[in-house]
Each structure stands twice: as structure tokens, then as C-alpha cells.
Design a protein around this ligand. Structure first.
Ligand SMILES: Nc1ncnc2c1ncn2[C@@H]1O[C@H](COP(=O)(O)OP(=O)(O)OP(=O)(O)O)[C@@H](O)[C@H]1O
Ligand SMILES: [Mg+2]
Length: 180
């Protein structure tokens, strides 16, 4: 279960400030996960949302929750990175660009990567932004997200062609050819 904090305080003093008055942030994360899940992406299966909290499948086993890539030893790092790239492609295809993609928001479960924390995900599918903004936005997000993933897997001596992968994904989103 993920619970969003309802109130925060400011360094400038004063009383608590309501952070998400209409529940938009929590609703958005829940919806984006649902959209990614429907598109076949490895995200925790969404369950229910009630006010500022939602439930989803818990990834892990009897020994605890699934670790992040940097907290465990990957048996086949190359295959794992390949699956991360496939996952980023599948997410975009499902219309959800992960704006906070990094090794901190990936869990290792059943030998593969699972994507979590879609709290700031952006819609890039047909119903998202206009045809021009959609691929531009996706490109920006993919460059930073894939760059962060590539940095983390550098320790395995793996190099990722971030530009090439992002080009491929954005090309497939750009149905109107505005980026060409
Ligand atoms: N479905 C899940 N199954 C198991 N563990 C999970 C799941 N979702 C999240 N976690 C655990 O909770 C942590 C925080 O989740 P998440 O990234 O969604 O929240 P957050 O508020 O963005 O926190 P942070 O600021 O640490 O990123 C993850 O690093 C992971 O350890
Ligand atoms: Mg997170």
C-alpha cells in the first residue's frame, strides 16, 4: 500500500499546508500504473485507490520486499539491462513515460526489472499531449531516465546507446512525423 502525505510544512513557518487537496497526484499515479499494466508492462498489478492511498501487488517473497538493482547481485546484468530497455519501450507504447526512471525506481523480482513509482509519469499516448509536444517531451524524459539507468549499470562494464534507444522509441511515438 502506498500512502501519500496529505500535509507538509514550510520552512517559512505557519501551519501545515495541504499538499494534494483534490487527490490528483495519487489518482494520477494509480491511473498511470493501471495504463502501463494494461499495456503489459512489468509494473506491480494495481488494486484499489481510496482517497490518498492505493494498493498494488507487493513484489518480494517471504524474506522481504524485492531489492533495487544496486542492492543485489545480478546474475545476468546484460540480459537485465536489455529487459529495462524493453520495459522503457513498452511503457512508452502503453502511453506512459516514466519521468523518474532510474535504478532507484526499479525492483528486481523473478530475475527481471519491475517499474515502480509512476508518481510523476506523463501521458504520451494518443490521448496525451499534442502530436508535437508528445515526442518532444518523451525524448527529454527518455534522455534523462535512460541516462540514469546507464550510469548505474556502468559498473558492470555495460554501455547503453541512450541516443539510439531514445531515437527508436520516440520515432515509434511520432505518428505524424513532426520530429523528422
Ligand atoms: N509494489 C511494491 N512491492 C514491494 N516494494 C515496493 C513496491 N512499491 C514500492 N516499494 C518499496 O517502496 C519504496 C518506495 O516506493 P516509491 O518509489 O513508489 O515511493 P516514493 O514515495 O517515491 O519513495 P522514494 O522517495 O524513496 O522514491 C521502493 O524503493 C521499494 O523499496
Ligand atoms: Mg521512488
Amino acid at each position: 500500500m502506498k500512502v501519500y502525505r496529505l500535509y507538509g510544512t514550510s520552512h517559512e513557518g505557519g501551519g501545515p499546508i495541504k499538499l494534494d487537496p483534490s487527490g490528483w497526484l495519487v489518482a494520477r499515479e494509480h491511473e498511470m500504473r493501471h495504463q502501463a499494466w494494461k499495456g503489459g508492462v512489468r509494473v506491480p498489478t494495481p488494486a484499489r485507490r481510496v482517497e490518498d492511498m492505493f494498493s498494488m501487488r507487493c513484489l518480494g517473497n517471504d524474506h522481504g520486499h524485492a531489492p533495487r538493482p544496486q542492492d543485489t547481485k545480478l546474475d545476468e546484468p546484460e540480459a537485465f539491462v536489455g529487459n529495462v530497455i524493453d520495459g522503457a519501450r513498452a511503457l512508452s507504447k502503453a502511453g506512459a513515460a516514466h519521468t523518474d526512471l532510474s535504478a532507484f525506481n526499479i525492483l528486481v523480482h523473478e530475475d527481471g526489472p519491475w517499474f515502480i513509482d509512476l508518481s510523476e509519469a506523463v501521458r504520451v499516448g494518443r490521448t496525451g499531449y499534442s502530436p508535437w509536444v508528445r515526442p518532444t517531451k518523451a525524448r527529454e524524459l527518455l534522455d534523462s531516465g535512460l541516462g540514469a539507468v546507464s550510469k548505474c549499470f556502468g559498473k558492470y562494464g555495460l554501455k547503453m546507446d541512450v541516443d539510439g534507444i531514445a531515437d527508436g522509441i520516440v520515432g515509434s511515438l511520432d505518428r505524424s512525423g513532426v520530429m523528422r
